[in-house]
Design a binder for this molecule. Structure first.
Ligand code: HEC
Ligand code: HEC
Length: 510
C-alpha cells in the first residue's frame, strides 16, 4: 500500500516538475522575444514600399545605369563570341563523334575477326588470304581426297565488291564452300551490327584501288597514285613471270588463273576460282583444271559460283560491238553514261582510264571547242587509237585533187610548191618539214601533225569489258539477257585495264 502511494507520489512529482519546466521555459522565451524585438518604425503609410526613398536621379543615371549597361555588354560579348565558337567547333565535334564510333566499330570488328568469329583461321592475319582443310567427296558422298580450299585475300575485297555485296556474303556465306553463313539472315551467329563492324575492320586493311577515279579522291593523291602504280607493276610482273615460267600460254589465261601456281594475292583476283571446277582446291588435288583442261568451264562441284564461260556462251551474252565499227563509224549505243551539266552523256574509257566523251552523234570528242563552240571530234588512227591534232591537211591525194573535209585543228594545205616540190604550204612552220618523216598518214587519207594520241583498248565488246570492270549488281541486267546476282566481283579497282582487256579476249576465245 505504502509502495503504491510512493509510486503515485513519484509520478505526480514528475508530472509537476515537467509542467513547471514548460511554464518557466515559456516565460523565458517570451521575455527574450520581447527584449530582442525592434522598436516600431512608424505608421503604415510611412512604411509603404513605394514611399521608401530610392536613389537620386544623378545616381540612377550615373553609376547605376553604367553598371547595368556594362553587365549587358558583357553578356552580349559572351553570347556573340560563344555562339560563333560553338558553330565553328560543331563540325569538329561531329566528326570527332563519328570517328569515335568508327574507331570502336573497327576495334570490335577486329576482335571478331581475330577472336569472336575466327575469320583469321582461314583468311590469315591482315586478311592476306589462307586456306582451309577440306574433304573432297564425290556426288555420292564418298571420300575422294583431302584438300585445302583456298580462302581468298580480303585486303582487296572492298575493291571487288560493294559494302552491300560483302554484307550479303557474310550473311549467307558461300554454300558448298568452307565459307559459312555468319549473319543472322543466313542462320549465323552474328548480328547486323557485328557484320557491319567486320566490314569497318576490313576497310582498314584494304590495299590501294587501281581506278583513277578513286585515286583522285583520296587524301594524298600523289602517295595513292604511287601505291597504285606499285601495285599495278606488281601484278604485271607476276603475269610476266608466270608466262616466262611457262605456266600459261597467254596473258589472258595467266590473268584468268592469277596465282594458281604461286598463290599470288591468294587467288583473290583470279577468275578461275569461281569459273572453274576444283580450282580453289589447288594443283595437287584431283580433279583439277590442268588435268582436265576445262579452264573457265565452271559449274560443277566443287567450284566457286561462276557460270560456265565455254562453248561461245560469253559471245552470246556479249555480242561483238566494238566501239569503232569496221566501216570507221562509231559505237551506236551502249557504253558508259554519266550526267554532264544535267545531260546524260556517253563516254568511253581509254587505256589510262581517261573518260573520252561522245557527242550526240556518238563520236568521241576532245576537250577543245571549234569556232561554233562545239567540241572537236577526235581522229581515229591506227588500231582504233584516237588523235587530237593541231594541224590537219585537206589534201592528201593531190592526184585526184580530192579535198578531204577536216574536222579539227588548223587547216593545212599540202600540195605542189612554187619550186615544184611537194609538201606542206601552210602554215609556215610546217613548210620545211618533210612529209615522210614528220607527219603521218591516217587510214582515211588525211595528213596530220602535232598530235596528242589517246591509247584506246581494242575492245571487241564494250559491254563485256564494262561487266568485268564493274561486276554484277543484284537485280540489274547485264549483257544479253543476263540477270545480275551481285555475286560477280568487279575488277576495275584491282586489275590494270590492259589485263582486263586481255582476260576479256581470253574469255571470248573459250
Ligand atoms: C572455315 C574457313 C573460313 C572462315 C572461318 C571464314 N572464311 Fe571467309 N571464306 C572462306 C573461303 C574458303 C572462301 C572462298 C569461298 C569460295 O571459294 O567461293 C571465303 C570467302 C570469303 C569472302 C568472299 C571473298 C571473295 O573475294 O570472294 C569474304 C568477304 C569472306 N570470306 C569474309 C570472311 C569473314 C569476315 C569471316 C569471319 C566472320 C570469314 N570469312 C570466315 C573461308 C573461311
Ligand atoms: C567470286 C566469284 C567470281 C569471280 C572471282 C569471278 N566471277 Fe565471273 N561470275 C561470277 C558469277 C556468280 C557470275 C554470274 C553472274 C551474276 O551472278 O551476276 C559470273 C558471271 C561472269 C560472266 C558472265 C557469264 C554469263 O554468261 O552470264 C563473265 C563473262 C565473267 N563472270 C567473267 C569473269 C572474269 C573475267 C573474272 C576474272 C577477272 C571473273 N568472272 C571472276 C562469279 C565470279
Amino acid at each position: 500500500m505504502i509502495e503504491t502511494l510512493v509510486l503515485a507520489a513519484n509520478f505526480r512529482a514528475l508530472g509537476l516538475t515537467v509542467a513547471a519546466v514548460v511554464v518557466i521555459a515559456f516565460i523565458a522565451v517570451f521575455i527574450w522575444n520581447v527584449s530582442v524585438a525592434k522598436p516600431e518604425l512608424g505608421s503604415e503609410i510611412e512604411l509603404a514600399a513605394n514611399r521608401k526613398p530610392y536613389l537620386t536621379d544623378e545616381e540612377l543615371e550615373g553609376p547605376k545605369l553604367d553598371k547595368a549597361l556594362s553587365f549587358a555588354l558583357i553578356v552580349l560579348g559572351v553570347c556573340s563570341l560563344a555562339l560563333p565558337f560553338y558553330w565553328l567547333a560543331e563540325p569538329g565535334r561531329q566528326d570527332g563523334a563519328v570517328e569515335a564510333y568508327l574507331t570502336s566499330f573497327e576495334s570490335r570488328g577486329k576482335d571478331l575477326y581475330l577472336e569472336g568469329a575466327q575469320c583469321v583461321n582461314c583468311h590469315s592475319p591482315g586478311g592476306v588470304g589462307g586456306g582451309k582443310d577440306y574433304v573432297l567427296q564425290d556426288a555420292d558422298g564418298q571420300f575422294v581426297a583431302n584438300a585445302v580450299w583456298n580462302a581468298p585475300a580480303l585486303n582487296d575485297v572492298l575493291n571487288r565488291y560493294s559494302d552491300e555485296e560483302v554484307t550479303y556474303i557474310l550473311n549467307y556465306g558461300r554454300p558448298g564452300s568452307p565459307m559459312a553463313a555468319w549473319g543472322t539472315p543466313g542462320g549465323g551467329p552474328l548480328t547486323t551490327q557485328q557484320v557491319q563492324n567486320l566490314i569497318e575492320y576490313l576497310r582498314t586493311l584494304q590495299v590501294q584501288s587501281l581506278d583513277v577515279n578513286d585515286i583522285d579522291q583520296s587524301a594524298d593523291p600523289e602517295a595513292a597514285q604511287d601505291a597504285a602504280d606499285a601495285l599495278s607493276a606488281e601484278i604485271l610482273a607476276e603475269v610476266d613471270r608466270s608466262l616466262a615460267d611457262g605456266e600459261f600460254d597467254t596473258v589472258g589465261e595467266a590473268v584468268f588463273n592469277l596465282g594458281l601456281f604461286s598463290d599470288f594475292q591468294n587467288g583473290s583476283n583470279a577468275c578461275a576460282r569461281c569459273h572453274t571446277a576444283g580450282w580453289s582446291l589447288g594443283l595437287t588435288t584431283q580433279p583439277n583444271i590442268l588435268n582436265k583442261g576445262v579452264a573457265g568451264c565452271g559449274g560443277g562441284n566443287p567450284s566457286g559460283i561462276g557460270f560456265n564461260l565455254c562453248n561461245g556462251s560469253t559471245l552470246e551474252r556479249f555480242p561483238d560491238d566494238t566501239w569503232k565499227m569496221p566501216d570507221g563509224s562509231w559505237l551506236p549505243l551502249g557504253g558508259l553514261v554519266e550526267d554532264v551539266d544535267g545531260v546524260p552523256t556517253q563516254y568511253l574509257l581509254s587505256m589510262d582510264n581517261e573518260k573520252v566523251w561522245l557527242n550526240s552523234k556518238g563520236a568521241p570528242v576532245t576537250s577543245r571547242l571549234d569556232d561554233g563552240g562545239e567540241p572537236i571530234p577526235y581522229l581515229v588512227i591506227d588500231d582504233g587509237d584516237l588523235a587530237d591534232c593541231r594541224y590537219v591537211s585537206q589534201l592528201w591525194t593531190p592526184a585526184t585533187g580530192q579535198a578531204y573535209p577536216f574536222a579539227q585543228g588548223e587547216a593545212v594545205a599540202y600540195g605542189i610548191r612554187d619550186d615544184g616540190t611537194t609538201g606542206f604550204i601552210d602554215p609556215e612552220e610546217l613548210t620545211l618539214r618533210d612529209l615522210s618523216s614528220e607527219a603521218f598518214a591516217l587510214s582515211d587519207g588525211r595528213l596530220v601533225d602535232d598530235c596528242t594520241v589517246v591509247d584506246m583498248p581494242e575492245r571487241t565488246s564494250q559491254a563485256h569489258y564494262d561487266f568485268i570492270y564493274d561486276g554484277s549488281v543484284a537485280g540489274a541486267g547485264y549483257g544479253n539477257g543476263g540477270q545480275g546476282s551481285g555475286r560477280m566481283p568487279g575488277f576495275g579497282k584491282s586489275l590494270p585495264p590492259e589485263l582486263i582487256q586481255a582476260v576479256v579476249d581470253y574469255e571470248r576465245g573459250l
